[in-house]
Design a protein around this ligand. Sequence first.
Ligand code: UDP
Ligand code: MG
Length: 321
Amino acid sequence: MNTARPVLSVVAPVFNEEPILPELYRRLRETLDAIGEPWEIVFINDGSRDRSLDIMRKLHQQDPRVRVVSFSRNFGHQIAITAGLDYAQGDAVVIIDADLQDPPATIAEMVAKWREGYDIVYAVRAQRKGESWFKLFTAHLFYRLINRITGVRIPVDTGDFRLMDRRAVEAMRSLREHHRFMRGLSAWIGFRQIGIEYVREERYAGQTKYPFRKMLRFALDGITAFSYLPLQLATYLGFIIAGLSLVGIVATIILRLSGSQAFYGQASTLVMVMFLGGIQLISLGIIGEYLGRIYDEVKRRPLYLVQETLGFDSSPAPRPD
Ligand code: UDP
Ligand code: MG
């Protein structure tokens, strides 16, 4: 069995995916063997509470090219990918979801593009099967919104499924922010990038690990990491409302001078106070979203803690920062 230093690494984050792992391994091995370079699979066990780690351990025993980094608890999908990039040793690293929504066969196409000289080959979802209209609709809105309001061009309809050359991997590894929106960071680093289309399959088994609440957090991480627009919104709203109030002052003076009784009474006052109170609280909340993220950076906690690794001689190479 070939355990030479891998040319290709495949990183798969795993959170409670026990029914999928054997099939994932089988399909990855099939694809990678066909490509013909020495390879490794790096599973990141993101605090799974089912038998995922046991299965990974067995796979590692059968095939030492399967390597495992097991977190001390659940740190989240984006952090798991980060650890994968830290530990992967290949000249090119492919990030793939463990649930087989990203078909392993696409990796062969990515490698072909990589050999043409591209540093990042990202997979664009030409079609998505078996996802709720709600997820499709919100994802559609989100990717168009984020491209409108941010400076980086995040390719529409891409996920984290992509191949990165060593150069891009080292660039990604130098970015240590805590609230990580990896597909945005991957666009931000630049280099030669190209997209290839693929059909996103249904989840092979089990349930999505991204309930609505997590998806919302993720979307907020993406927006706050790349845009100040939400903060500036308060300024714009302030100007609009101050402008309106000037008009209101002039209008009221004219109404009073002409003896009109319009806008007397509490109701109009109450409505305005509540309206402004609402806007002020929303603005404070937006500042809070940024402030909390700044606080998380200031604390300088490590991004993740590792409980154990399988198949690695040493800890990852030092980061380029
Ligand atoms: N995942 C993870 N940690 C988490 C949530 C998810 O490592 O806290 C992994 C999960 O096992 C899968 C990938 O991230 O391999 C994508 O998650 P999922 O398929 O549930 O998301 P969806 O495709 O529904 O957006
Ligand atoms: Mg999935």
